[in-house]
Design a protein around this ligand. Structure first.
Ligand code: IPD
Ligand code: CA
Length: 259
C-alpha cells in the first residue's frame, strides 16, 4: 500500500508543479533531434520524483527519461524494485500550451509491473492500478470498452521523434487503418493514450519505438482494466518491450494483422 501511496502523492505533487510552470519562460533544448525536445521543467520534475522515491525507498532503483538522457543507466534485470518514470509525457503539448501531458510513474518488482500511476494535471484526472487489484480513475473502477469491430473504434497513435524509421512507419499504418476505423487520434502523450484505452475512451492505441518510461504505468492500468498490451509484433509485454499495441482485447488480433 505504501508503494502505491507514494506513487500517487508524487505524481499529483509533480503534476501540479508542472502545470504551474506552463506558460512561464521555459528553456527548450533539442535532445536526439529537432523533433525531440526537453525543458528544464522536465528535468526539475524528474528530480522532484527522484527525491520523493529516494526518501521513501532509498534502496529502490529509478529509471527516468531525463536521468537516462544524462547517462544514468539502471539494469532492469538485476534490480528488485525499479521505478519507471516519465516526468512529463507529452513535452510538446506542455511547451505549446496544449492540454494532454502527464506524469507517468510505474513500479516493477523483479521484472513484473506492480504499480502504475498516470496523472493529467490539466484535467486533474488520476489514473492508477495495482497488480491484481484493478485500475481506477480517481475512485472509479476502470473497464475497457466492449466494442469488437474497427468500424466502431476510435484508435490513437503517436508521432515518434525518430522520423525516418518509426514516424514513417506510423504514417504508413495510419494510411492503412484510417479508412477502416471510426477515427484516429494523436493526442501527444503515450501514457494518456494508454489510460484512455483503460477507461474505454479509446478502443486501441499503437506506437512503435516507445521507451519503457512511456509505457510501464499505462500498460499495467490497461491490463488491470481488462485490456491487452503487446509488442508491435504481438509478443507479451515485458520490460524490454519498446513499441506497443494496446487494446480492449477484442480488437487486438484484427488490429495487429493490419499494422
Ligand atoms: C512522447 C509522447 C508522444 C509520443 C512520442 C514520445 P515525451 O514522449 O509520448 O505521444 O508520440 O513518441 O516520445 O517525449 O513527451 O516524453
Ligand atoms: Ca518525457
Amino acid at each position: 500500500m505504501k508503494l502505491l501511496q507514494v506513487a500517487l502523492d508524487t505524481a499529483v505533487e509533480t503534476g501540479k508543479m508542472i502545470k504551474e510552470r506552463q506558460g512561464s519562460a521555459v528553456k527548450i533544448v533539442e535532445k536526439s533531434s529537432p523533433y525531440d525536445l526537453v525543458t528544464e521543467v522536465d528535468q526539475e520534475a524528474e528530480m522532484l520524483i527522484r527525491s520523493r522515491i529516494n526518501q521513501a525507498f532509498p534502496e529502490h532503483q529509478i529509471l527516468g527519461e531525463e536521468g537516462v538522457y544524462q547517462g544514468q543507466e539502471v539494469s532492469l534485470e538485476d534490480s528488485e524494485y525499479v521505478w519507471l518514470v516519465d516526468p512529463i509525457d507529452g513535452t510538446n503539448n506542455f511547451i505549446k500550451g496544449l492540454p494532454g501531458y502527464t506524469v507517468s510513474i510505474g513500479l516493477a518488482c523483479r521484472g513484473e509491473l506492480i504499480v502504475g500511476v498516470v496523472y493529467d494535471p490539466t484535467t486533474n484526472e488520476l489514473f492508477w492500478g495495482e497488480k491484481g487489484k484493478g485500475a481506477y480513475l480517481n475512485e472509479n473502477r476502470l473497464q475497457v470498452s466492449s466494442v469488437s469491430n474497427l468500424t466502431e473504434s476510435t484508435v490513437a497513435t503517436g508521432f515518434p521523434s525518430d522520423i525516418h524509421q518509426h514516424r514513417a512507419q506510423v504514417m504508413n499504418q495510419i494510411q492503412k487503418l484510417g479508412g477502416i476505423c471510426l477515427n484516429v487520434r494523436v493526442l501527444g502523450s503515450a501514457a494518456l493514450h494508454l489510460v484512455y484505452v483503460a477507461a474505454g475512451r479509446l478502443e486501441a492505441f499503437w506506437e512503435p519505438g516507445l521507451n519503457i518510461w512511456d509505457t510501464a504505468a499505462g500498460t499495467l492500468i490497461v491490463q488491470e482494466a481488462g485490456g491487452m498490451v503487446t509488442s508491435m509484433q504481438g509478443e507479451a509485454f515485458d520490460l524490454s518491450t519498446r513499441g506497443v499495441v494496446a487494446s480492449n482485447g477484442r480488437l487486438h488480433e484484427r488490429l495487429g494483422s493490419i499494422l
